[in-house]
Design a binder for this molecule. Sequence first.
Ligand code: SAM
Length: 286
Amino acid sequence: MSMEEAEYHSKDFEWDELRQEIETDPSMRFHMLPQLDNNSTYTNSSSDCSSPSEESEAWNIFHARHATGKFFKERRYLLKEFPELMSSDEQLNVLEVGCGNGSTALPILSGNKSISVYACDCSSEALERAKEVIEDSSAGSLTNRFHPFIWDFSMNNRFPSCLPSPVDFVTLIFTLSAVPLHRMPTAIASCFSVLKPGGLLLFRDYGLYDMTMLRFGPDKKLGFREYLRSDGTHSYYFCLETARDLFTRAGFDEVELEYCCIKSVNRRNCKTMKRVWIHGKFQKPK
Ligand SMILES: C[S@@+](CC[C@H](N)C(=O)[O-])C[C@H]1O[C@@H](n2cnc3c(N)ncnc32)[C@H](O)[C@@H]1O
């Protein structure tokens, strides 16, 4: 099975078994503890002092560094995970939040000709990469249905002026984890404000105890389940309860929420990697 196929909804192991394994392993204990401050005492709050502009700059550097097509990975499985994007011939508008290099925007645009994708990112470099990817697509001319704009959705929840009207769908794919936890309520309120009543927010992101979380050392911890990558970008790991709490407090109704647990084998060292993602659909009440 290819990784691409594996990412689609499979369940190779039970998340609760992984949780037990990790939570009883003494070498993993620091992941469960509240944050260590500089005086080596534990606190509950994030010690991260980065500003939104520093975070955007870290993403600018990331996207400039990964400017080649090699890094681009089209998320084709998304249309299987979120079939509602394909289920209608009506003209629909999607807002892809944190569009990066267009990995999510491209399959949506090429999968449904009736959809227009508005795509925002806080990084101007990301938007340049996404424009290139959409312009170069072999799926025909997609540019007239692609509308990129710069927007940091975690700063305030005002309706962005680049959107002509509320949208039918918001896609939030591996973006919320990049926002510091204390700004997530504002970020989700922004998503709520741009959706039509009855509109759906489609969510996929890193799940608690994903292999990439367990690779961080204690020095990379910013807060509880929050980490700083060496390139300065953030990563938060969601459990179902935190995701549920964040979205329902913002006014959303939960439609689907589950872990997606995949085993894949690293070809170089033959080690099994346990990947955990969180998959969710949330609806703005009608
Ligand atoms: C891991 S990439 C995901 C890209 C894309 N959604 C996909 O499916 O591949 C995360 C993106 O979120 C963007 N981002 C991070 N924080 C953001 C914020 N506060 N507002 C808007 N975009 C943000 C980053 O610049 C980056 O391009």
